[in-house]
Design a protein around this ligand. Structure first.
Ligand SMILES: [Ca+2]
Length: 455
């Protein structure tokens, strides 16, 4: 009851602050909104029709953007998988939760600490049904799985889809294997990867069907388009962009299935749907890697192409259709932004790095006189740079870019702005020192849930 009352008050406050009247939303909505996060793996800023790709067809994701907002300056907190995922789910820089040390490999014994509050924990505690279908990559030893981190149920893979094929266990030279799990049980070893996008989608739709009459959180982190690329027979060979295009078009089909399920249950108006990617395109793999569009660099780098990713969001009570949001927003903002939407209170003592960006998503510029700061960290978690307002400083090289005018980072203005370089350098060190001083531990265990290696 408390939750519903809070939510109604919140909606009324939102409505009264909006230019257009949406009173009907406030009166017709009697439960907290559903939250859906669709998270792709290594998809670039330029890999969607609505972000300017000339041949990849993404009508369903484009529809989401048309009915909601397209974000042009949305950042993930790391240019690689595990740290980026930790930040999305906790609202924190990866370093603050200890998950900044590159990605989790099959024989790693640690993962995100269960003392951390994930988006799933918060929503589960507030009465949501919570389901995850796809790639986890935040630890796969006992006690570190999605079902230990706020998800009622999980169907998916524990780490990247290439780890079984291209990596071997040191010392033994054993080959790693990719398991497919449901909750804490291995269902299959080496599943047919051409079917993963489809199977995760079918499980997600089933979850929506099962929970349509109660608030739910659906997390759908596809294992594609991380290499090696696989598309099902229905999509392979269709796209002029080649296999990479086929994979993206199957992911777009998946988004369409989710939107159709919402429509079938008349839930579109009370569901927040967010679509984004965990980091930029893996350019080392030629045409099997994606495109960052006009942005420089890709996965693993701190150029914009590594961390600025496509992001579209639909939530009719808050976001006017066809919005273009050019504010700096990060994946760490998810937790503090959905908490009030869900009528959930974040613990007063919880230190996080994200911010509540409901106003910016609703079309208003960020409040306050101080421009927002965002720290860049390398794939191994070292402080790499800072963005404040329109400016970006890379620490090691000392390069300074005005990244709103110069999105491709080709005009280094450091020599012309020495005072700004010094100021941003000092600010980056100061902000990072606070994160380091207050960093929290990961959790580890010697126990195995499954043996990822075999001769
Ligand atoms: Ca990734």
């Amino acid at each position: 009851m408390k939750r519903n009352a809070t939510y109604t008050c919140l909606l009324l406050a939102l409505v009264s602050g909006c230019r257009s009247s949406q009173t009907s939303v406030a009166t017709s909505t009697s439960r907290p909104p559903n939250i859906i996060v669709i998270f792709t793996d290594d998809q670039g800023y330029g890999d969607l029709s609505c972000y300017g790709h000339p041949t990849i067809r993404t009508p369903n994701i484009d529809r989401l953007a048309r009915e909601g907002a397209k974000l042009t300056q949305f950042y993930v907190a790391s240019p690689v998988c595990s740290p980026s995922r930790a930040a999305l789910l906790t609202g924190c820089y990866p370093k603050r939760v200890g998950m900044h040390r590159h990605v989790i490999f099959p024989d790693y014994d640690y993962g995100l600490h269960t003392d951390e509050l994930t988006v799933a924990d918060l929503l589960q505690e507030n009465g949501y049904a919570t389901g995850m279908f796809g790639k986890w990559h935040l630890g796969h030893r006992p006690g570190l799985l999605p079902t230990d981190q706020g998800f009622d149920t999980w169907f998916g893979v524990p780490y990247s889809n290439d780890m079984a094929q291209f990596h071997r266990k040191p010392e033994t030279n054993y080959r790693y294997r990719l398991p497919l799990l449901r909750d804490e049980e291995v269902l299959e070893w080496e599943p047919d990867q051409a079917l993963l996008t489809r199977r995760f989608t079918e499980a997600a739709v089933e979850f929506i069907d099962e929970h349509s009459t109660e608030p739910f959180f659906l997390y759908l982190p596809h294992s594609m388009p991380h290499i090696p690329l696989y598309a099902s027979d229905d999509f392979r060979g269709n796209s002029p962009r080649g296999l990479y295009g086929d994979v993206i078009e199957e992911i777009d089909w998946s988004v369409g299935q989710v939107l159709d399920a919402l429509d079938a249950h008349d839930l579109a108006d009370q569901t927040l749907v967010l679509f984004t990617s965990d980091n930029g395109p893996w350019l080392s793999f030629g045409d099997h890697g994606g495109s960052a569009g006009p942005l420089r660099g890709g996965k693993g780098t701190n150029w914009e192409g590594g961390q600025r990713v496509p992001c579209v969001l639909r939530f009719p009570p808050l976001v006017p259709p066809g919005s273009l949001c050019t504010e700096v927003i990060t994946a760490m903002d998810l937790l503090p932004t959905i908490a009030p939407l869900a009528g959930a209170e974040l613990p007063a003592e919880l230190v996080i790095d994200g911010a509540d960006v409901r106003e910016q998503l609703g079309g208003k510029p960020a409040g306050g006189t101080t421009p927002r700061s965002f720290l860049y960290y390398t794939s191994r978690g070292e402080l790499a740079g800072i963005r404040r307002g329109a400016w970006k400083l890379l620490l090691e090289s000392g390069e300074l870019y005005q990244v709103e005018q110069d999105v491709s980072e080709v005009r280094d203005l450091a020599e012309k702005q020495p005072d700004l370089v010094r100021e941003l350098q000092a600010l980056a060190l100061e902000l990072d020192a606070e994160v380091s001083a207050n960093a929290r531990p990961t959790a580890s265990t010697e126990q195995l849930l499954f043996d990822p290696a075999r001769p």
